[in-house]
Design a protein around this ligand. Structure first.
Ligand SMILES: [Zn+2]
Length: 347
């Protein structure tokens, strides 16, 4: 049997199909398109499959050689498809990471949250406590009449007690309130006991020493009823101290003088750092000044139209910055009001 020469046409056709497939595969950029290209060459009705079917008429040796060549071509095309698929997957991943799409598995950009000022936090705690004790919140203006700030509170004109409160005077005979006590006058005038109120807000004193601030915050509480006593005052203040500084906080009442209370007391709390042993914070005394308190002077009640023979009440007031400073070990009150964000960010 004469061996027929292998068909150069068919081999050439196979090589050109292979080159064509290689080019198309390399130009494909989506997985679905790649599936279609592969089917066009290697599928049951694909060009290479057609070629294999057409080998039937060849002489057996040549048929075997062409069959081998075609199967090798198929294997190469399969390999190019596999490589291209890997490349397409990689390209798509890189595209997703390049910013046009967000990769939700990446760590997020932290969102900086603001915080309440330490004094605001204290104010809220104070209000929460007194509301739980049945007190209601009363407000008054920061520019106050001389009458409400002094006279109705039993500071007559030229009374030396006025010197205890360095005052900012405003045109028209008004003052920047030196304490929250004028809110007592506003709240009690025109009302009949029993009642219990708190007032919170900014007060002003002309004290420019570095250890003080000309503006600070006070809370004032007062309660009037037929049988309100100093014992009630102590009960409220002990509960308040425990709420603000922890259970077991001890208080000290020192006899004092205020025009609008009688008897009057300065109020100290036991130093929370040394528990009364003495340390730098409490100047070795074991106690820290907190505020003032006493029984409302009968004249103040009468000034508000309340029968002082029938009713009596207590009042107390204290600055709020001290609590915020103790809590965060802030050495100077002015750090709270300088507006330096670096300070506040540490709190
Ligand atoms: Zn101490």
């Amino acid at each position: 049997m004469n061996a027929r020469p292998e068909s150069p046409d068919q081999l050439e056709h196979l090589r050109s199909l292979e080159q064509e497939a290689r080019r198309e595969i390399s130009e494909t950029d989506a997985p679905q398109a790649l599936v279609e290209v592969r089917a066009r060459y290697l599928g049951r009705k694909g060009s290479v499959s057609d070629l294999l079917r057409s080998l039937g008429g060849l002489e057996p040796t040549e048929r075997a050689r062409m069959g081998k060549a075609a199967n090798e071509a198929k294997a190469r095309i399969e390999e190019w498809v596999r490589q291209r698929r890997t490349e397409i997957d990689q390209e798509q991943r890189e595209h997703a990471l390049s910013g046009r799409c967000q990769d939700v598995t990446l760590p997020g950009v932290p969102f900086v949250r603001g915080r309440l000022h330490p004094v605001t936090r204290v104010v809220r705690e104070v209000v929460e406590f007194f509301v739980s004790m049945g007190f209601t919140l009363e407000e008054g203006p920061e520019v106050e009449t001389d009458y409400n700030n002094f006279e109705a509170l039993n500071f007559p004109p030229d009374h030396p007690a006025r010197d205890m409160q360095d005052t900012f005077f405003v045109e028209g005979g008004h003052v920047l309130r030196t304490h929250t006590s004028p809110v007592q006058i506003r709240a009690m005038t025109g009302r009949q006991p029993p009642f219990r109120f708190i007032a919170i807000g900014r007060v002003y004193r002309h004290d420019l020493s570095p250890r003080h601030s000309p503006m600070f915050q006070q809370v004032e509480g007062f309660m009037v009823d037929e049988h309100t006593t100093f014992a009630d005052l102590k009960g409220v203040l002990y509960a308040f101290a425990e709420h603000m500084m922890g259970s077991g906080t001890d208080l000290r009442f020192r006899s004092s003088y205020f025009p609008f209370t009688e008897p009057s007391a300065e109020l100290d709390f036991q130093c929370v750092l040394c528990k009364g042993q003495g340390c730098a914070t409490c100047s070795q005394s074991g106690w820290i000044e907190w505020g003032g308190c006493g029984m409302i002077h009968p004249q103040v009640l009468e000034n508000c139209g309340i029968d002082a023979a029938r009713y009596q009440g207590f009042a107390f007031g204290m600055g709020l910055e001290r609590s915020a400073m103790n809590r965060h070990s802030i050495p100077h009150i002015r750090l709270l009001y300088d507006g330096d964000v670096r300070v506040l960010e540490q709190l």
